[in-house]
Design a protein around this ligand. Sequence first.
Ligand SMILES: Cc1cc2nc3c(=O)[nH]c(=O)nc-3n(C[C@H](O)[C@H](O)[C@H](O)COP(=O)(O)OP(=O)(O)OC[C@H]3O[C@@H](n4cnc5c(N)ncnc54)[C@H](O)[C@@H]3O)c2cc1C
Length: 385
Amino acid sequence: MSEVEVKESIVLALPITAGTIVTFTPFSLPLHSTSTPFNSIHTEFELLDMKDLRNYSLLHHNTFGIDARCRRFVEIETVEEAQRLPSVLKADDRPLMVIGGGSNLLLTKDFEGTVLHAAIRGTEANVADDGSVLLRVGSGETWDDIVALCVERGWYGAENLSLIPGEVGATAVQNIGAYGAEVASIIYNVEAVEIATGRLVSFRPHECGYGYRQSRFKQEWHGQYLITHVTYLLQTTFVPHLDYGNLRERFTASSQKPTPQALRQAIIDIRREKLPDPLVEGNAGSFFVNPVVSREKSEELLLDYPAMPHYDAEGKVKIPAGWLIEQCGWKGRSLGRAGVHGRQALVLVNRGGATGADIVALCEAIRHDVKEKFGIDIHPEVNIV
Ligand SMILES: Cc1cc2nc3c(=O)[nH]c(=O)nc-3n(C[C@H](O)[C@H](O)[C@H](O)COP(=O)(O)OP(=O)(O)OC[C@H]3O[C@@H](n4cnc5c(N)ncnc54)[C@H](O)[C@@H]3O)c2cc1C
């Protein structure tokens, strides 16, 4: 684990020789009018005014739309506020839970502890003569606003990750991925504050243990760090990546050129066709992880289900959980106020007024049926709290 001063890591570790600093203050998108320039960090703690609330409803902090409360809610807007956490948090404020936009979260009950939300805003870009761009972003920025900004400015590498809900901090925890891209491949470094000590740390991607939707932040470092900034390494040269889903066919059929804007729009359109909008129908995207089974198990299943989709996964076989759920007849069905989305069986939805327990009951009913029919255990991808 490397540990460096945050400001130094940015200045000293740049892989580029000549660069131009471009600072956006305020951010050019409407949601960012409160952004703080990174170069105006205060040291006077008395100037800070941390949002600190008791018995707070998390209804607007989770995309499932579950109305659960937490005992204490602390919102951190600057690195200095994050560094003050050891003195702000008392022993009886625990357990702690760090959240971003709550788009991978299912709350099943009130949280008898403290929720920390990093609302650190702002962007800073360093564009080099060789076409590489280092974009340092506050962890509380909305991820898709950043993708939109990149496409608008001509900084490429993030466009296939368009419209994934959530905030920048979580991208580095979740290793978000879609349409053949994973954010780990464009992460340059992750800056964080160790919650217990207030110590600043900075990690390069090889230290973060990235794998499929995995990182050390989700595993052995879980709950230890509050991510404050993520720096992405982008390029001014555009190379379209169309080899996933039906992207290539879409462009071939329409004879449209896959410009960066067109590619982003195509991905947005496909996602909107397939996935429910959390503002309309609460959900957390893919609810289950796609199971990986042995070759023998897959061959056995293929005898009974020759049309079963399956993909090579490092010597084993990955089977889409959505297909398994659909085969069990769950697609579009409901159990009480919880349901399975009609166009994508991997997505569980809040049909209106569902509790976390309703969603969990549906999850368990589906897991039971998949196990009974296929002999496969499927597990939730979503954090169930
Ligand atoms: C409709 C829909 C579609 C989706 N599609 C995709 C997809 O295509 N690909 C994909 O990968 N995901 C997808 N997701 C899942 C989700 O968007 C991602 O997991 C996202 O990164 C979660 O971001 P968040 O800010 O909401 O994080 P949260 O759900 O709030 O938190 C996720 C994790 O990150 C941690 N965390 C958050 N912020 C910080 C921080 N500042 N410091 C330390 N830890 C932090 C939390 O503790 C938690 O462990 C989808 C979700 C929805 C609702």
